[in-house]
Write a protein that binds this ligand. Structure first.
Ligand SMILES: C=Cc1c2[nH]c(c1C)Cc1[nH]c(c(CCC(=O)O)c1C)Cc1[nH]c(c(C)c1CCC(=O)O)Cc1[nH]c(c(C)c1C=C)C2
Length: 614
């Protein structure tokens, strides 16, 4: 009884830190809550950390083990970690507000993203989702800034000639075609080389210009990291393997096209499990044409809905503002004792899942032990800016700034700029007279059939009849995010202040996009140690960590998060899914057992005939 009251009040505290409108109605699943809290528990599981990994772990646990007792410990007063969406008022005529994302802003439905898609369905977010169509500029137009201008990356939708001319004339693509051609003739590396940096690998296979002008930009957009430090084996496992098994990267890609892609048995099982899921047919159809999606209130809405669902489940106790101090294997080895800074008495749980960073987890370990491998991370400053003038940048996703961009063109060492307007519609975008489709009956038919349709500069489909918009400003403006820091700030003793960050971002926009105006709204966010860096030898270190955890804890302590097999939100969901599967199946896993799993199977080459899709 005591637990239940405590659980409800702490969950309520967590929920109250969200918008008041998100508080669960008192009628919600009261029976379910009472039932679960009175029942004897099948498992007693603690989850450490209520970022997206911890929340998703608790969610999958509560769904798949409804009789488990789950305690979620979070050191901060709020939940959600790096997923943080907030609204900022825009002063002036039109008024209203704009939504800024401090961290990740969109999700892809592909690969591990099927789990995010599943959450749309299970959390009832269909009518709150903004789907960006994969033919829209936000999906097709990506730019690199080199040497002093935006250059469009090739895309099949531009057609052969436009791509060819671009590749032929722009210095960013200098010698790319010969380097692709010669790759086929290069000797493969010695098999004894177990890992190297992606910079070294692609420089060896292709050329330094490919690495420094193109690849480094792409890596900035995902890892904010240094190509010469990150691991080829961890980040590009397929090409790295193809070099040895097929003689080269191009040969490997060609073989995959003709004979089918190779994937691990584990991935295949996951795909089959996802295929067997009872998908809403309409959602599935829309997602097939979706490049990325987000929600009316940003990705923070996913956090809110997960929290609400945990509340409703009744068997989850969310303890915010409760930092964990220490972890210890129970003397009888059948559980783990968790001590928090709130009480000197340890609480025993059958299983603990850490959704903390390696550094945080190691800080809880008994003296002279490490639980997770040393994994460096980078700090990113995101600077969101909103201007009331529309179209201040070309239509597209945004641009990335590679290593090779001359210093004088990027003295702030920005990593890239995201054009948020591209996927984030505002009230103004509901004005049908501005849409580039005249036949409104066709629009209605398409919408009713659950098909996506281009209605504007960017494309979006909405489930309900009224389009979902993110920003409440009445006129269309321009919303961008400047990304600063990452590996450029490695080893810095201090980071720029908010004021300096804003000045740096404005200076980037002024030089690179010729935006000299004063923004109407902004937000500067320093995200310390937010992206783990999978440096050379990463997989090997994970394997050792797995062996150590398995030996010491025999399945009682497991790990999940973005520091093992992918740094994105979708990867966090996958990691949560996998760890829960291990617990459900009662294996002696650690959450790292998949690392180095090299049992491969072949996927048949897929030919999608869109006309025949249901
Ligand atoms: C906010 C900073 C982030 C940077 N990388 C990531 C975040 C959250 C993680 C990440 N970003 C992308 C992926 C690939 C998978 C995918 O969803 O596409 C991952 C794992 C791609 C991506 N990069 C940028 C955006 C807007 C996206 C789409 C996903 C998202 O919303 O984050 C832009 C971007 N991200 C970073 C930089 C420096 C940058 C520059 C334009 C760092």
């Amino acid at each position: 009884m005591l637990r239940r009251r405590h659980g409800l009040s702490t969950a309520a505290t967590a929920l109250r830190s969200l918008a008041p409108s998100k508080l669960p109605p008192s009628t919600l699943s009261e029976n379910a809550r009472r039932h679960a809290s009175n029942a004897s528990h099948s498992h007693d599981i603690a989850v450490l950390g209520a970022g997206i990994t911890g929340l998703a772990t608790a969610y999958f646990l509560s769904k798949q083990l409804p009789r488990a007792k789950i305690t979620l410990y979070e050191s901060a007063p709020r939940i959600g970690g790096w997923l943080d969406s907030s609204r900022v008022d825009v002063p002036g005529e039109g008024g209203g507000n704009v939504l800024f994302e401090k961290g990740p802003r969109t999700l892809r439905p592909a690969q591990n993203g099927v789990l995010a898609a599943m959450l749309i369905q299970e959390l009832g977010l269909e009518n709150e989702t903004i789907f960006t169509q994969n033919t829209s500029p936000a999906a097709t137009n990506r730019f690199l800034f080199y040497p002093d201008r935006l250059v469009k990356m090739p895309h099949p939708s531009y057609g052969f000639w436009e791509n060819f001319q671009n590749i032929w004339s722009e210095p960013v693509f200098d010698r790319i075609l010969p380097s692709l051609f010669w790759e086929v003739w290069k000797d493969p590396r010695d098999e004894s080389v177990r890992d190297e940096s992606i910079g070294d690998f692609f420089e060896r296979r292709f050329s330094r210009t490919v690495v420094e002008r193109i690849l480094s930009g792409m890596i900035h957009g995902i890892y904010a990291g240094d190509v010469y430090k990150l691991s080829a084996r961890s980040l590009f496992p397929r090409p790295f393997r193809d070099e040895v098994t097929h003689g080269g990267v191009i040969q490997g890609a060609a073989k995959a096209r003709t004979e089918g892609l190779e994937t691990t048995k584990r991935e295949m099982e996951f795909l089959n499990e996802m295929k067997a899921y009872k998908w809403d047919a309409r959602l599935r159809r829309v997602l097939r044409d979706t490049s990325v999606f987000t929600f009316r209130d940003g990705l923070g809405m996913l956090v809110d809905r997960l929290a609400r669902s945990l509340w409703e489940a009744g068997n989850v106790d969310i303890q915010t503002s409760t930092p964990v101090k220490a972890l210890k294997l129970a003397d009888d080895k059948t559980g783990v004792e968790v001590t928090t800074f709130k009480s000197p008495d340890p609480v025993r749980h059958d299983t603990v899942v850490s959704a903390l960073s390696p550094a945080h987890l190691n800080a809880l370990a008994p003296p002279n032990t490490t639980l997770a491998p040393d994994t460096p991370s980078v700090t990113v400053m995101t600077v969101n800016l909103y201007y009331s003038q529309p179209n201040m940048h070309p239509p597209g996703f945004g641009y990335l700034i590679p290593l090779a961009t001359p210093f004088e063109e990027n003295p702030e060492r920005a990593l890239g700029v995201v054009f948020d307007t591209a996927y984030s519609p505002s009230e103004a975008d509901t004005d049908t007279s501005q849409w580039n489709i005249n036949d409104m009956e066709q629009l209605t038919r398409e919408r009713e059939a659950g098909r996506m349709i281009n209605v504007n500069d960017f494309a979006w489909h909405n489930f309900p009849s009224k389009p979902v918009v993110q920003d409440t400003v009445h006129a269309r403006g321009t919303k961008v995010t400047v990304m600063l820091g990452g590996h450029w700030w490695d080893g810095w003793p201090a980071y720029p202040s908010e004021k300096e960050g804003l000045e740096m971002a404005r200076s980037v926009l002024s030089r690179q996009l010729l935006i000299h105006q004063q923004p109407q709204a902004w937000s500067v966010n320093l995200q310390k140690d937010c992206i783990p860096q999978y440096t050379v030898g990463h997989d090997e270190r994970l394997k050792q960590a797995h062996a150590g955890l398995a030996r010491q804890y025999q399945g009682r302590l497991r790990v999940a998060g973005n520091w093992m097999k992918g740094v994105g939100v979708n990867d966090c969901l996958r990691s949560a899914w996998d760890v829960v599967k291990g617990i459900r199946e009662g294996t002696d896993g650690t959450g790292l057992e998949h690392v180095g799993n090299e049992e491969y199977v072949k996927l048949k080459p897929v030919r999608v005939d869109r006309g025949k899709e249901e």
